[in-house]
Design a protein around this ligand. Structure first.
Ligand SMILES: NC(=O)c1ccc[n+]([C@@H]2O[C@H](COP(=O)([O-])OP(=O)(O)OC[C@H]3O[C@@H](n4cnc5c(N)ncnc54)[C@H](OP(=O)(O)O)[C@@H]3O)[C@@H](O)[C@H]2O)c1
Length: 304
């Protein structure tokens, strides 16, 4: 297949693109920084320079490909509208990357017993309503002749394919601790997130390209942990003392409102049955803390 991937210089998009090349697909990838071209070419990805706001580029690339994967942003509505307009009536596949903070409860580090399933999604908070609206736009495009699907990822861990690219949550915990010498979590760190390894994520995208029914929403998860468990494992491998509680206000100062309240301070507990049932997905890793303790590179890449 000829596949067009946005965010090909990033953690998720670059890893998906490299995995698809490895599986025998021909992949072009949107990147906005020419200095990343060489790294992409080394992975066998054909770089296309452009921004998500560049409607003409998105339209031309999506139409020239057999399938499109949007992995640059879960929140860029203009790009999604452009891709759906370009693909309308074609029957071609569009996989959109969302994130499970859409069910986040901004609990300030306290736990919850609530677990969400794919067929019973909650009303989003006001903060997350725009992201959910984009997901719904993608799903509704099944009725416009697009084989569309939303892959709603949880906390992704692991090492990405593109050098220098890093995931969202764990690297932020690590870099705060590297700076301050103290590992910290939001509030008491009892809040729980579902999670998944990047290698299992990329395999799921490959399977979805081949098999997804149109208009399907997937949660992408293969385990869960609370933040105290994750920061304890990180602190241990970094040779730091026990992780400490951090008031939400201080965490917001360090990580910003969205990241502190949702990415690091909320619960996001989900179960993804469809990937297993519809696509035959069999994730190989099931424990983020085991990965931290046994596989995480000694000095993780720090996010830009
Ligand atoms: N990692 C996770 O655990 C996770 C889980 C669920 C959902 N998500 C969501 O998935 C999306 C991708 O995440 P990621 O971890 O792969 O982040 P990332 O490593 O920052 O990758 C995003 C890539 O997209 C590019 N990009 C962003 N905005 C762009 C624009 N306007 N035009 C062209 N390229 C653009 C970035 O380019 P530059 O490098 O030039 O900025 C970067 O290469 C994010 O919206 C994230 O919130 C992530």
């Amino acid at each position: 297949m000829k596949v067009f991937v946005t965010g090909a210089g990033g953690f998720i998009g670059g890893s998906i693109a490299a995995h698809l090349v490895h599986a025998g697909h021909t992949v072009s990838g949107l990147v906005r920084r020419p200095e990343q071209f060489a790294a992409l070419e080394k992975l066998g990805i054909v770089p296309v320079q452009g921004d998500l706001a560049d409607r003409e580029t998105l339209t031309a690339q999506a139409r020239a490909a057999d399938a499109t994967i949007n992995a640059a942003s879960s929140d860029h509505r203009g790009a999604v509208e452009a891709l759906l307009d370009a693909l309308e009536g074609s029957g071609k596949t569009l996989l959109h990357t969302s994130g499970s903070s859409i069910v986040g409860d901004a609990s300030g580090g306290e736990a919850t017993g609530r677990i969400y399933r794919e067929d019973a999604l909650p009303e989003p908070t006001a903060d997350k309503a725009p992201r959910v609206a984009i997901d719904n736009l993608v799903l509704a495009a099944a009725a416009r002749g697009v084989r569309s699907a939303v892959l709603c990822n949880t906390l992704i861990y692991g090492v990405g394919a593109v050098p220098g690219a890093a995931s969202v949550q764990l690297p932020r915990l690590v870099s705060q601790a590297q700076k301050s010498g103290v590992m910290r979590h939001v509030g008491r760190g009892l809040n729980i997130w579902s999670n998944v390894h990047i290698d299992d994520v990329t395999e799921l995208y490959r399977l979805a390209l081949e098999k997804t029914p149109a208009g399907t929403f997937y949660f992408v998860e293969s385990g869960e942990a609370n933040f105290r468990e994750m920061t304890t494992a990180l602190a241990d491998v970094m040779g730091l003392g026990a992780p400490q509680d951090w008031p939400l206000e201080a965490a917001i100062e360090e990580w910003g409102y969205e990241m502190a309240s949702y990415g690091l301070g909320s619960n996001s507990r989900v179960r993804g049955e469809r990937a297993r049932v519809l696509l035959g997905w069999q994730p190989r890793r099931t424990s983020v803390t085991e990965w931290i303790r046994t596989e995480m590179p000694a000095v993780p890449v720090t996010r830009k």
